[in-house]
Design a protein around this ligand. Structure first.
Ligand SMILES: Nc1nc2c(ncn2[C@@H]2O[C@H](COP(=O)(O)OP(=O)(O)OP(=O)(O)O)[C@@H](O)[C@H]2O)c(=O)[nH]1
Ligand SMILES: [Mg+2]
Length: 464
């Protein structure tokens, strides 16, 4: 990949739109722009930087579209190179044609993320900020968006560089006792390093919040389970406020997983409605039931639905016993006469004498929420319950999986170094300290190689 090329991409998403944008970056941007885009009134003066100019996309004398173009001369541009953007009508033919014209003038197709890669290589942004740009584009909830903004403002960089500085101090202390053994003994050196290492490890460990990071980037995964016909699909629809899943009075209606999404507390919440769990000979339903169990295993939170208008059944009991820790029990169909009593209501059951254990929900340790899919108001406590799992710290500096991975490696090396210093001559810790420094540098891009850059930028979109 030649960094002196002038690159081009269609910067807007495929399909039809009011406006579509072609973006160029590199030394030949102005020359190519001049060839393909004729300014109205054909001025003879050179392009003025940072001025949006009306004109025409032309192939020779043939006008292909009218639009606006802007030239941003280096270094005052996103990539710190000459950048040109041509705004045309957002039709795929026009944009494709414009792209071809620029390619014919010597531009090269940009690789995914290549504009941002150049911004990084030219020192305009560090690596974690470059990634924040993509997080911002991908953000689907308020909290994810806020985290991306914090990263773009340099939150990660400041945190990681701060940690790296502390590590440099430790390395300098080590170098001093290795180089001047007559002034600082090994014991003194080690005694000084140990608390510093410990506090640095604690600082980094505190910032490794994997649950929070996953919540931000993947959202909260909720599984809605229960035996057939208790109203799972109705509950999904009522929670989402849309008719997502098919509802019928026939048990076994839902055969496959049905997913819906909503936002709670600024976090994406993905609810999976599942096939009713029961013993069945039906091949298709069997697979569905298997998927239901898997959805529960993979979920962050499980909602078990019961039909309050019917006595508890064996399938209900089996599911209650199998519930994971993070789960609530929804006693649905409260609009009908009730057959299931809450633990504290055990004695008011009409037929308690006959089948006591059948109708009383024994204390399970799980939150019990009486509700009705027919009455959305009653679902507010369900949403409140889910919201409890979406709470995220606003202070969370590091959220990207790649950054967390690097932090964990850094902590691993620091722990090794600490163990060495506690038992062996301290200079033996030098390699681990260096490795920790390297891992931290990968986050900001202070220490990177081509391979790492390829990996980071390959997940970007073309034109960014
Ligand atoms: N009265 C009343 N009926 C409900 C309620 N929730 C669901 N139903 C009815 O119960 C029947 C089954 O509802 P579904 O939502 O399809 O139940 P499900 O648990 O998804 O069933 P499967 O997909 O077969 O596992 C339908 O006739 C619904 O209209 C409720 O809160 N009150
Ligand atoms: Mg269903």
């Amino acid at each position: 990949m030649n960094e002196n090329d002038t690159i081009i991409a269609i910067a807007t998403p495929p399909g039809e739109g009011g406006i579509g944008i072609l973006r160029l970056s590199g030394p030949r941007s102005e020359a190519i722009l001049t060839k393909v885009f004729r300014r109205a009134g054909t001025p003879t003066t050179p392009w003025e930087s940072h001025r949006l100019t009306y004109g025409f996309l032309q192939e020779g004398d043939l006008i292909l579209d009218e639009g606006m173009a802007v030239l941003m001369r280096a270094p005052r541009s996103y990539t710190r190179e000459d950048v040109a953007e041509i705004q045309l009508h957002g039709g795929s033919y026009v944009l494709q044609k414009g792209l071809e014209l620029c390619l014919n003038q010597g531009a090269r197709m940009a690789a995914p993320g290549e504009f941002t890669r150049r911004a990084f290589l030219n020192g305009r942004i560090d690596l974690s900020r470059a990634e924040a740009v993509m997080s911002l584009i991908a953000a689907r909830g308020e909290q994810e968006h806020r985290a991306a903004i914090r990263e773009m403002e340099g939150g990660v960089t400041a945190f990681v560089r701060g940690a790296a500085d502390k590590l440099y101090e430790i390395q300098a202390g080590l170098a001093a006792c290795v180089d001047y053994p007559e002034e600082i003994s090994e014991e003194e050196g080690a005694a000084e390093m140990i608390p510093r290492l410990e506090s640095l490890i604690a600082l980094l460990e505190e910032s490794i919040q994997e649950r929070g990071s996953r919540l931000l980037h993947q959202g909260l995964r909720v599984a809605l389970i229960g035996r057939p016909n208790v109203g799972k699909s109705s509950l999904l629809n009522a929670l989402l406020g849309e008719e997502k899943a098919i509802v019928t009075p026939i048990p076994g209606t839902t055969r496959d997983l049905v997913q819906g999404e909503m936002t709670l507390g600024g976090v994406r919440v993905q609810i999976t409605d599942t096939a009713g769990v029961r013993e069945t000979q039906d091949e298709v339903e069997k697979i569905g039931v298997e998927r239901s169990r898997r959805a529960m295993a993979e979920a962050d939170v499980t909602l078990l639905a019961l039909d309050g208008s019917q006595p508890l059944q064996k399938e209900d009991q089996d599911l209650i016993v199998a519930l994971p820790e993070q789960a609530a029990i929804l006693i649905n169909k409260q609009d009908l006469p009730q057959q299931i009593a809450l633990p504290e209501q055990a004695d008011i059951l009409p037929n308690k004498q006959d089948q006591p254990q059948q109708n009383t929900l024994l204390e399970t340790g799980h939150r019990l929420i009486p509700c009705s899919a027919k009455n959305p108001e009653t679902l507010r406590p369900v949403k409140d319950y889910l919201r409890e799992f979406t709470a995220l710290s606003d202070q969370m500096a590091v959220t990207q999986p790649r950054h967390l991975d690097a932090l964990k490696r850094a902590v691993g090396f620091l722990r090794e170094a600490l163990e060495t210093v506690q038992t062996l001559p301290p200079d033996l810790a030098a390699t681990d300290l260096q490795a920790a420094q390297q891992a931290l540098g990968e986050i900001t891009g202070d220490q990177v190689d081509e391979k790492l850059l390829d990996k980071v930028f390959s997940s970007f979109c073309v034109g960014k």
